[in-house]
Design a protein around this ligand. Sequence first.
Ligand SMILES: [Zn+2]
Length: 466
Amino acid sequence: MATTSRIGLAVCLAMALSAPQAFAETTAQAMPEYMDMLAYAISVQTVKGKDQVPALARYFAEKLESAGFAQADIETIPVGNTEALVVRYRGKGDGKPFIVHGHMDVVPANAEGWSDHEPFKLVKDGPYYYGRGVADMKDQTVALVETFMRLKREGYVPQRDILLTLTGDEETDEFTAEAVARRYHDAEFALDADGWSGEYDANLKPVLFGVVAAEKGYADFLVTAASPGGHSSEPNPDNAIYKLSAAMQKIAAYQFPVEYNGITLASFKAMSAHMQGPLADALRRFAEHPGDARAAAVISANPSYVGQIRTTCVATEFTSGHARNALPEQAAANVNCRIFPGDTVAGVQQQLQHAVADSAIKVSVQDPAPVLGPISYPVLPQVMAAVTQAVHERFPGIEVIPVMIPASSDSRHFRNHGVPTWGVSPAFAKPGDVHAHGYNERILASELPASLDFWYELLPALAKAK
Ligand SMILES: [Zn+2]
């Protein structure tokens, strides 16, 4: 090669390294960096009480700085021993910013129960990657960080600011989500990447993609009974354990009223089109005749669907007694409720008190005080269109529908501060296949590059969407 061209080449290289690179990185080129970051993120035990979230936030901040983000655009919001990380991708100021959201913390992992893998080590085994947080939700948290870095290195400038908000206690107190939502309540909307929106059938055929427009409220109630106690050789019918057990049976038998909204009706109609059998018929009938009692009975008999048509409450903890040879003086149970949007904590407490029908049984609300949230429905058309477009890049023609989830997330804090929020995560999974919060948490390897493709397509599309 002639010397001039070599000098020319040297100059180009210097320019490429200093100025934002003009060429678009392919997902294949971005994958090694993404996998390195994911492996590191999984290894950092961001479990409540280990105070490791700041370390992971610092790691992400350094990576983002190395890709060209100014320190001034990277902010941490400490709350107790955890923190949130907020990154502003500065745009041309043409419109209100929007938020893409995730969390950095994970639930604990009991290594004994993990058959062949260490929980805090990213391991590929067969078609899956295993590791605590690989599906909930470090796969997406790192995908968002990688996408920000990739777009920045390319010199991409969005029409408007994009905010990446990563919290540090979604699995526990959600204090960082509250702090972030309060500070960034002026965003036009937020997308929460927590979870997996895509559903595969048993043969890995893509079936549906759910945009989470509502979530059920989360509340714990303490149900207590008391009794005089005494020596166990003199049994007394006034026994707290018996009284509370009877009350628990009444709560088990109690059914909250049937409910529905635009989201559940739309999702029932769509889901029933991909199913056969009595449940499919019931979902279809309920969508056509909202509240239909016969359909509701069939739906209620299915644990995965009952929560879609009513508030549900279930006993999760029971403690009592103070000595084996002494009559109990008190008994207490935790009842966990998933509250249908529109219902209130006080209303549910009243119904539980009514169900036990015994003034000796007390029902009270457990701390932390439950935070319920509104629904974000209908979905902004430009958001639905951009999400559908990005999903169809991978799976043309599959249905993208609004859904309500029984679980809870950071989203409701944004909704409570007036930011319409939708749960959107590009990963697909078979129902019950990822073992989130459980042993051997996993995600299909195919979902990782697909997630990079998705965000790389979606963020610029949303930035210019009006
Ligand atoms: Zn999560």
